[in-house]
Each structure stands twice: as C-alpha cells, then as structure tokens.
Design a protein around this ligand. Structure first.
Ligand code: F3S
Length: 401
C-alpha cells in the first residue's frame, strides 16, 4: 500500500505512540482489503460509546489515549443514558459513573460530545462524494445513500483511528465500482409512514445481505422515512448503501442493467410487520420512539398524537433524540406536551444501548424496525412493532391486544 512521507513518519512514531498505533490499525485494514492507499476524511462518527457495549476494558483503552487529539470534526454515537437526566431515567449509579468517565475520555481527545446516531440532523452534513469515516450503521447508510457521501461501516476502533489521523484506507464504499446495485426491488405497495419503510428495509435486508439494493416504485419519501429504511436494511442485513430511483443522488448515474429484480408487495409488507412482533398480546412496560434518533418533525408527531391523553400508569413512554433536537422540542413546547401526558424525552442515548434489561422492562413497543430487530437480543425484551398511532394506543392502554 502506498504511503505518503507524512504517513510514513506517523508510522515510525514521529507523531507519538497513539497516532502511530492509529495508523497501524488503518494500514492493517488497508492491507486486508487490498487498499491502494490512505485517503483523507472530513468527518468521523465513533460508535461504541455506551458503557453497556464498551465495558471496562474499552473504557480503560479510551482513557489510555488521552495524550492525543483528533484532527477532524468527530462526534459520538448514543451513550447508555441521557447525560443530564440519567437519574430520572433510573439508570443504576454505578453504570452512570462509568458512562460519564467514557464521555470525559472522549472529550479529552477533542471529540465533540454530541451523542447521536443522526449527526446529519445536527449540522454534520457531508457533501456528495465526500469521504468520511462513520461507524453507526444507520448513519452510515444515510450518509452513503441519501447524501451520497462515501464511507465504510467503521468499527469503533477504526473510526477512532481515522479521527486521530484524518485518514482511512481506500477500499469498499470509497470506490465507485462498489457502489453499484446488486438487487433491484420494485415496490408495488404504498408506503405511508416510517414504520412501513422500516418493514421494507427489514424484509429486503434479509434478502440482500451486504449487497446494494436499488428501489423503484416509491413515488416520494421524506428524510425520516429514508432514515428508517436505511436503519432497518443495516439491521436485518448489513446494507451500507441503497439507491432509490428519482430520490437518492446516485440513483440516476449507477449502472443497473442485468441486475436481478424482485418485488415487494402488500403481502410482504404485512408479513414483515408480523415477523417483527415477538408477542401477540399482553402488558407493555415501555413504548419507545426515536430509533434512529427522532427529528423535530417526529417529536412533533408524537406530541400531537399524545395531546390531551395519558400514558397508562404502569407503562413508560420514552422519545429518544439528539441534544440539539431536544432543545428545539423544549422550545416548541413538544417536550411539555409529552411530559404532561406522562411521557419523557431523552437525548444522548437510546432504548438499545441503555441498560433497559437491568430496569425491569420485559415488553416494549416500537415503531422502529431496527429497534424491533435488536431489542430481543440486546435488551432481552419482547417486542411489539407497529405504526406510530398503534404505539401511542399501546402507551395509553398499557397493553397490546
Ligand atoms: Fe440510533 Fe440506537 Fe437506533 S444508536 S439507530 S437509536 S439502536
């Protein structure tokens, strides 16, 4: 792999041990994936922030890097709790102390402590064709597909290595030839809201695996729908990039002749909804919105649907979003409406990386296909998956029928 003189200097330790190790990680990855060289990245998003996923060894490793600084704008994925309201969430104190140490260690590296999987809703908006190194799978899918930026799905350590060096290895989705569709999907049913797009993503992710789907037949889709689709594709498969005819920026330029075509019809949509439900009926402990983190529009819709109603006494309703959207929601009065109804709005965290399994929740309801895929294993809970309206009905009755 070709290295510039500067990169060679870093590799022999002339810029310190931390940068040397970081570059070693990138070079090793580059050699595995047969990259020709390293390329510059303009932003980094680091996953593996929750103490739940990081653990003690991960925390100590990040603390050990503290003599170095990142050299490109870098943000974080959600942590395991709201960094301000964690006591209200009833997060165990021991967990909270360790989570605060994690964030402190990242801050010492010069990382902006915005803990969100939707940095693109908060000003980190890469341009078409721009190389970045992001790690949260839904954010990666959004950046590649909707914004046309170029990133692989980085692991926590490789993203951190990119942040510390401003580089990544030139392979995978950084190369145009790997951004071509591998499967065409003709959508033959109407998709009306985020959960429908999540169901589509869940169904197709299982079929396409790590391929690149090309969707046709979707007349229109807003940002929230596109983020729900990408999150589900990346959860049930390991999709990193999708195209949508007439909607995503590379859809008209990618080559798609000779690519196999499948259909997605009304019965597939219904089956996806049914497959994502692990329970038929019963009590629901927690209803969650905001996977990926809710936009201000999504918070508004939850507030509107809850206005004048009450969450059932033994059920909780949580909305997860970024600190930026939360402050706008506070200002717009949406947080107040949700709290009046008995719900709560949290930032910096989400239902998957928060230790809900330690908090006596056994059954949750979500309108996110990604959360429905992960929750049974990561949080050991039963899941009901449905539309926003259905989740609100569950929250107010405390039950799914
Ligand atoms: Fe984001 Fe957590 Fe879902 S990181 S995409 S809200 S699992």
């Amino acid at each position: 792999m070709y290295l510039t003189r500067d990169e060679e200097r870093i590799l022999v330790g002339e810029e310190g041990q931390v940068r040397q190790k970081a570059l070693e990680i990138l070079v090793a990855l580059g050699e595995i994936f047969e990259a020709d060289r390293l390329i510059s990245v303009n932003s980094v998003q680091v996953a593996g922030v929750s103490y739940k996923t990081l653990g003690e060894a991960g925390l100590e490793w990040i603390e050990s890097l503290s003599m170095s600084r990142v050299c490109v704008p870098t943000t974080l994925n959600p942590a395991g709790m709201d960094l301000e309201l964690w006591e209200r969430m009833k997060i165990p104190k021991d967990f909270a102390e360790r989570q605060i140490r994690v964030i402190h260690a990242f801050r010492k590296l010069g990382i902006t402590p915005i803990c969100t999987c939707t940095p693109y809703l908060l000003g980190s908006i890469p341009r078409l064709g721009e190389h970045i190194a992001w790690s949260e799978s839904s954010a990666v899918c959004f950046a590649n597909s909707v914004l046309g930026a170029k990133t692989n799905r980085e692991g926590g350590p490789s993203a951190l290595a990119s942040a510390l060096t401003g580089r990544t290895a030139n392979y995978g989705y950084h190369l145009d030839e790997n951004r071509m569709p591998t499967l065409k999907v003709r959508v033959k049913t109407r998709l009306a809201e985020e959960s429908d797009f999540g169901a589509l993503g869940y169904h197709i992710g299982r079929i396409v695996g790590s391929g690149v789907p090309y969707f046709t037949g979707i007349g229109d889709a807003d940002t929230d729908m596109l983020k729900a689709l990408g999150a589900a594709l990346a959860a049930s498969g390991s999709v990193t990039l999708y195209h949508m005819e007439g909607i995503t920026p590379e859809s008209s330029s990618v080559r798609r002749d000779g690519v196999e075509t499948i259909s997605f019809a009304e019965e597939d949509l219904r089956k996806a909804y049914s497959d994502l439900n692990t329970v038929g009926s019963g009590k629901v402990d927690l209803v969650c919105f905001g996977c990926p983190h809710a936009s201000i529009e999504e918070v508004r819709r939850v507030a509107e649907a809850l206005k004048g109603r009450k969450v059932a006494p033994h059920t909780k309703l949580w909305v997860f979003t970024s600190i930026g959207v939360k402050s706008i929601a506070d200002r717009c009065g949406y947080t107040h409406i949700i709290e009046e109804a008995g719900g709560e709005v949290y930032s910096d965290c989400c239902m998957i990386v928060t230790p809900v399994e330690e908090m006596s929740f056994h059954s949750i309801a979500v309108n996110s296909a990604k959360a429905a895929v992960y929750a049974p294993t990561t949080s050991k809970v039963n899941v009901t998956f449905g539309t926003l309206r259905k989740c609100i009905e569950i929250a107010t009755s405390g039950r799914v029928e």
